[in-house]
Design a protein around this ligand. Structure first.
Ligand SMILES: NC(=O)c1ccc[n+]([C@@H]2O[C@H](COP(=O)([O-])OP(=O)(O)OC[C@H]3O[C@@H](n4cnc5c(N)ncnc54)[C@H](O)[C@@H]3O)[C@@H](O)[C@H]2O)c1
Length: 281
């Protein structure tokens, strides 16, 4: 959908969007879609990411203030919730689009993980969702009927070798979404994860072998890989009142990849690659 037209699905709703780094970020595209749908929000990212300066352009475009928060610091998370409360009063939606693995960045293989970095991977990419929900609730920021979404990946269920310790982080992230979701349900609050297909972003392309993962998914998914903008449109529906009874779910947004075995195109390609006569369909 274009940036201009919308359905007003988030009119009157307020939120926090974590994780927009540059215009390829999934969170960046989600912020534009939320703005298009009439939502009001604050943008947050780690101080180091804010120093890059790109977020100012998104802030100007959407009228959203930018507040720094390193989610590995409890103090930062609590401070952000209080700042947001002063700015917006309460929030109806939260986007967690945060992922980082020092092991992947520094090319440590799964069998030789640095355990301190492994803990950082889990803390930043998964436990941060727990912290955000804890302080959003305890500061009185989280409104009844709110919707919380964290972005996940199918590595939580299946092994993708190059995704290394992020596979484990996503499994933990999805578990926290389920467990917190059950505890917030009495206030009508929904907590879900969207399992997005490989997407060309800074975090995505930072993974060695990303192009292979992208192409593999693209060739197998009947609808092909969804873009960040398509993820943003899906996210808007989950923040809206149209999905009030959807909670504690991991929702695949992957063009049908999760339900597919192998595509016709892949079989033919493999047959050509290996010259296997018995492969005839
Ligand atoms: N790109 C993909 O292929 C893909 C697929 C499925 C899920 N996801 C998930 O989507 C989310 C967004 O990633 P993206 O692909 O848009 O990449 P991205 O690099 O644009 O976003 C990752 C964000 O995490 C932020 N971050 C890292 N450490 C932080 C910290 N300590 N405190 C606060 N923020 C911190 C970064 O600054 C960045 O903005 C991540 O959870 C990622 O795992 C990505």
């Amino acid at each position: 959908m274009s940036e201009e037209k919308g359905y007003g699905l988030l009119k009157g709703k307020k939120g926090i969007i974590f994780g927009a780094l540059d215009d390829r970020s999934i969170a960046w595209r989600i912020a534009l879609a939320c703005h298009r749908e009439g939502g009001q929000f604050v943008l947050s990212n780690a101080p180091i990411a804010l120093r890059l300066g790109a977020l100012n352009a998104l802030s100007e475009k959407t009228g959203a203030p930018v507040f720094p928060c390193d989610v590995s610091s409890e103090e930062d998370v609590e401070k952000l919730m209080n700042q947001t409360k002063e700015e917006l009063g309460g929030v109806d939606f939260i986007l967690h689009a945060i992922g980082m693995s020092p092991n992947i960045r520094k090319k440590k293989e799964y069998k030789g993980l640095n355990y301190k970095w492994f803990q950082q991977t889990l803390d930043i990419s998964a436990i941060s969702l727990h912290k955000i929900l804890h302080y959003a609730e305890n500061t009185g920021l989280l409104n009844d009927g709110a919707s919380v979404i964290a972005l996940s990946y199918i590595g939580a269920q299946r092994v993708f070798s190059k995704y290394s310790d992020m596979n484990d982080a996503k499994a933990l992230l999805e578990s926290i979404a389920r467990n917190y979701g059950s505890r917030l349900a009495d206030r009508g609050i929904r907590v879900n994860t969207i399992s997005q297909a490989p997407t060309r972003t800074s975090a995505g392309t930072g993974i060695k072998g990303f192009d292979g993962m992208y192409t593999f998914a693209e060739k197998i998914a009947p609808l092909g890989n969804p873009t960040a903008d398509e993820c943003a449109d899906y996210c808007v529906t989950l923040f809206s009142d149209l999905t009030r009874k959807v909670t504690m779910q991991n929702l695949y947004h992957d063009g049908g990849f999760v339900s597919s075995g192998v595509s016709e195109e892949m079989v033919i390609g493999l047959q050509k690659l290996y010259g296997d006569e018995d492969f005839e369909l």
